[in-house]
Ligand binder design. Structure first.
Ligand code: DX5
Ligand code: ZN
Length: 222
């Protein structure tokens, strides 16, 4: 992976449904439905019950997803000590591995390892973390995920004060850094999200809780 593999879809954002809100009792059907709806990536929220107060999936589930999903797996690691797990996630089929600078552990070393494993390295920042933190890692990442809710749960309301961070990141780090949003994106606020310059839109509730996935994906893309 390199920066040339940036999403391009006629100037429209990529849509990455977060599997966190899918019905895991019929996971294969859910994945096939969002593929048919035109989703571009599958966002996978990995939580350890320590960095965030919720516990979700590990490499075992990512490996199963890689067998039932044709889309690139965009794995968001909300975990302490990501250096202990990135190799397992890479072997399980992750296309992107996103780590938090607020997590415990060797974040520089983790990003280096991700790159060496042939996976796209990315960084996610919590709402209270300034964009300036990214300067310490900018040579190591291809994508910045600016979170618009505090990580841990889907279904939260977007913190709209975070939206100016995309313009700040673009102005500070240039045109090659992919910019992704995660948290509270809904049909009511997606126009502001697109206007902010976001290239990849993650959404759990707005897609998996919608009655019609095709319509939901199309509406978010605009
Ligand atoms: C939150 C996760 C998000 C979450 C988004 O910690 O990182 O990916 O699933 O859910 P919605 O779209 O419902 O805010
Ligand atoms: Zn996420």
């Amino acid at each position: 992976m390199n920066k040339n593999s940036a999403p391009v879809r006629g100037g429209k954002p990529f849509i990455a449904p977060s599997v966190l809100s899918a019905d895991f009792a019929k996971l294969k059907d859910e994945i096939q439905a969002i593929e048919a709806a035109g989703a571009d990536w599958l966002h996978v929220d990995i939580m350890d019950g320590d960095f965030v107060p919720n516990l979700t999936m590990g490499p075992f589930i990512v490996e199963a997803l890689s067998r039932i999903c044709k889309l690139p797996l965009d794995c968001h690691l909300m975990i302490q000590h990501p250096e202990r797990y990135v190799e397992a996630f890479a072997k399980s089929g992750a296309a992107t591995l996103t780590v938090h600078p607020e997590a415990l552990g060797d974040i520089h070393g983790t990003l280096d390892t991700i790159r060496k494993l042939g996976v796209r390295p990315a960084m996610a920042i919590k709402p209270a973390t300034p964009v300036s933190v990214v300067k310490h890692y900018i040579d190591q990442i291809d994508m910045l995920l600016v979170m618009t809710v505090n990580p841990g749960f889907s279904g939260q309301k977007m913190i709209v004060d975070c939206l100016p961070k995309y313009a700040e990141a673009r102005a500070t780090y240039g045109p090659d850094l992919l910019l992704e949003i995660d948290g509270g994106v809904m049909p009511e606020n997606v126009q502001a999200v697109r206007d902010a310059g976001v290239q990849i839109i993650v959404a759990a509730t707005a897609i998996f809780k919608a009655p019609d996935y095709n319509k939901a994906v199309a509406e978010l893309r605009g």
